[in-house]
Design a protein around this ligand. Structure first.
Ligand SMILES: [Zn+2]
Length: 401
């Protein structure tokens, strides 16, 4: 492998359009200050926090001489990048492989931010003991962190039911969930809101559910909608944002084409905000929703010698935003030389953070493989930070190897 050394540079851009700016607000919590992510150090990924206001990336392992391996005694050795770290109540939770390379042999780990200590909460093999003999363990599984729990599900082959459990991240308590249980993600007045995600998909419950605090469904609103994700960002104003895949004429869902809706909790009015964009990865801040999407006439990036075809920047390097009150779309920034990664878009405080990758098709090293000559292109990855208050944009390449 070629070693690519990327200088940590900060490039400040003047705002192209400041139409997506908003008024100054106060942000003080951890989640409004940091993005929890990971970074590569000498080819090994470890959890890290990114500060969008400063553009700094800080690894959780603070020993500058640590090799981040098991041999070196690094508590983050085995960290698995497939599942993003999760912040909850002063700790950062992540998954670590118990046996290197075995993806389903992992432990749930806790990093206590006060003591900087890493402890193991539970192992996958302990969770498997709760699975009844009647459940086929070969069926598809899903797991991940959500709202202070680690959740685990095995889905029936026809996906009409699932065996589900969750682990309380604080106490380690394990709870078996019924198909009727829906974990609330937000509170509105005296009711709680829940929806069924892919993580606990049982195939029987579409729509948004009004529940009590314990997750018992009292009423389902929008019962015909297949909800991909819902946001509580605007609930203070009585508005619920949610995303659905487009349903095609034969009844199946097209997960490459999404629609953002806004439901008025008081009037029941349900309006389309953004149509036809390629993923459900959006970020909402203030009065705007931010997203990237495929553009007409995308700029050409170069000729890919490996795939023998021209490469285009399908996003155009454009971050769009739409005003949720007027439905008017505008451009937050336009940087055609940066390929925006639509599945990496986050909101931290007043900042929208979007991942990018750039391949320089003019600069490469030839690498002979059994498939012939392979062209190893110079590549840069990193993050673009858009400040919604000032309308300015900054680019932070990853210092990775
Ligand atoms: Zn380390």
């Amino acid at each position: 492998m070629k070693k690519l050394i990327t200088l940590i540079t900060l490039i400040l851009f003047l705002p192209v359009i400041t139409g997506c700016s908003e008024e100054t607000k106060t942000y003080d919590t951890f989640l409004d200050t940091f993005l929890i992510t990971d970074m590569r150090v000498d080819g090994i990924s470890i959890p890290a926090v990114f500060n969008p206001a400063k553009g700094t990336m800080t690894p959780l392992c603070t020993d500058p001489l640590c090799a981040h391996t098991e041999k070196a005694g690094c508590p983050f050795a085995g960290y698995n990048t497939i599942w993003e770290p999760h912040y909850h109540n002063g700790s950062i939770w992540f998954l670590s492989m118990v046996t290197f390379g075995k993806l389903d042999d992992f432990a749930v780990m806790r990093y206590d931010m006060d003591t900087a200590k890493v402890t193991e909460l539970i192992r996958m093999e302990e969770l498997r003991e709760y699975i009844p003999d009647t459940v086929n363990q070969d069926n598809s599984q899903s797991f991940g962190f959500r709202d202070g729990y680690f959740r685990y599900a095995i889905h029936a082959a026809d996906r009409t039911s699932a065996f589900r459990l969750r682990v309380d991240l604080e106490s380690g308590e394990i709870e078996i969930l019924t198909n009727e249980y829906h974990q609330p993600f937000a509170k509105y007045k005296k009711q709680y809101l829940a929806y069924t995600s892919e993580l606990d998909y049982t195939g029987v419950s579409y729509g948004i559910h009004l529940t009590d605090a314990a997750g018992n469904v009292k009423e389902t609103i929008l019962p015909d909608k297949r909800i991909d994700i819902a946001f509580d960002d605007l609930l203070d104003d009585g508005k619920l944002l949610y995303v659905t895949p487009v349903q095609t004429e034969d009844g199946t869902y097209d997960w490459d084409r999404m629609t953002v809706w806004m439901y008025d909790m008081e009037t029941g009015e349900d309006a389309v905000i953004v149509e036809n964009f390629p993923s459900s990865y959006i970020a909402a801040a203030g009065d705007y929703i931010y997203y990237s999407r495929y553009v007409d006439d995308p700029p050409k990036l170069g000729y890919d010698l490996n795939q023998k075809e021209d490469k285009f920047n399908l996003s155009g390097g454009i971050l769009f935003c739409v005003n949720i009150h007027t439905g008017e779309e505008s451009i937050a920034f336009e940087m055609p030389e940066y390929v925006l990664n639509g599945i990496e878009i986050d909101c931290v405080g007043q900042y929208i953070i979007i991942g990018y990758h750039n391949t320089d098709y003019e600069t490469y090293e030839e690498d002979a493989t059994d498939r012939g000559i392979w062209y190893d292109y110079a590549k840069e990855v990193g993050r673009i930070v858009y400040d919604t208050e000032t309308g300015t944009t900054a680019v932070y390449p990853d210092a990775s190897t």
